[in-house]
Design a binder for this molecule. Structure first.
Ligand code: GSH
Length: 201
C-alpha cells in the first residue's frame, strides 16, 4: 500500500491508523500546488481529485476520502478494534463521528489555509468551529475517546484537525477536554511515529 500525503494535512490521519495497526506501507509526498508527487509523477492524473489523502492498494486501485480510507484500513486488522464491526450500530456511530469531523470541523478550518478566503468567510467558519468544539468538549467530558474507552479511527482524524489549532494559534483553553484529548492522543507511540515520519515530531 502507498499513502499519498502532505505533511500535517488530513493525510496524517490514515498514517496514524497505519502506524496503530502496524501495517507495512510506503508513502509519497505530494506537492499540492504543483500536483506532482515527490518522484515527479503527475498527481492529478493519478488522483483526479487532486487532494490528499489517497491510498494506492497493492492491486493498483486507488481509494480516496479520509473517512473511507481509515475504515478500510481498520477492517484489514479487525482484532485491533480501531472500528466496530460493520453492520453494528456502533459502526454507524463511528461513521457519524467521521462525518461530523469531516464536514463540521475539517471544512471549517479550510478558509484559514486559503489565501483567497474573505474575512467574512473566516469569521463565519470560526464561529462554527467554536460551536462544534463546545459540542466535542461536552462529549469528551465523560470518556477519553470519541467512541468510549478505546481509541478508534475517528480519534486519529479528530487529533489531526485539532492539531491545526496550534498552527493557527486558536487557543483551546475554553474547551479543556478537547485540549486534554489532543495531548492524550499526541502521546500515543503510533501518533509519535506518524508525526516523525512527516518531519513533525
Ligand atoms: N474530502 C476529502 C478532503 C481532503 C482535503 O481537504 N485535503 C486537503 C488537505 S487536508 C488537500 O489536499 N487540499 C489541497 C487541494 O484541495 O488542492 C477527504 O476527506 O479526504
Amino acid at each position: 500500500m502507498k499513502l499519498f500525503f502532505s505533511p500535517g494535512a488530513c493525510s496524517l490521519s490514515p498514517r496514524i491508523v497505519l502506524e496503530e495497526l502496524g501495517l507495512p506501507y510506503e508513502s509519497e509526498r505530494v506537492d499540492l500546488k504543483a500536483k506532482k508527487t515527490a518522484s515527479g509523477a503527475d498527481y492529478a492524473a493519478l488522483n483526479p481529485k487532486g487532494y490528499v489523502p489517497a491510498l494506492q492498494l497493492d492491486s493498483g486501485e486507488l481509494l480516496t476520502e479520509g473517512p473511507a480510507i481509515v475504515q478500510y484500513l481498520a477492517d484489514q486488522v479487525p482484532a485491533k478494534g480501531l472500528a466496530p464491526a460493520n453492520g453494528t450500530l456502533a459502526r454507524y456511530q463511528l461513521q457519524s463521528w467521521l462525518t461530523f469531523i469531516g464536514t463540521e470541523l475539517h471544512k471549517n478550518f479550510s478558509p484559514f489555509f486559503n489565501p483567497a478566503a474573505s474575512d467574512d468567510w473566516k469569521a463565519g467558519a470560526r464561529a462554527n468551529l467554536e460551536r462544534r468544539l463546545a459540542y466535542v468538549n461536552e462529549q469528551l467530558a465523560s470518556r477519553p475517546y470519541l467512541m468510549g474507552d478505546a481509541f478508534s479511527v475517528a480519534d486519529a482524524y479528530l487529533f489531526v484537525v485539532l492539531s491545526w489549532t496550534r498552527m493557527l494559534k486558536i487557543d483551546l483553553a475554553p474547551w479543556p477536554n478537547v485540549a486534554a484529548f489532543l495531548a492524550r492522543v499526541g502521546q500515543r507511540p503510533a501518533v509519535q511515529a506518524a508525526l516523525k515520519a512527516e518531519g513533525l515530531a
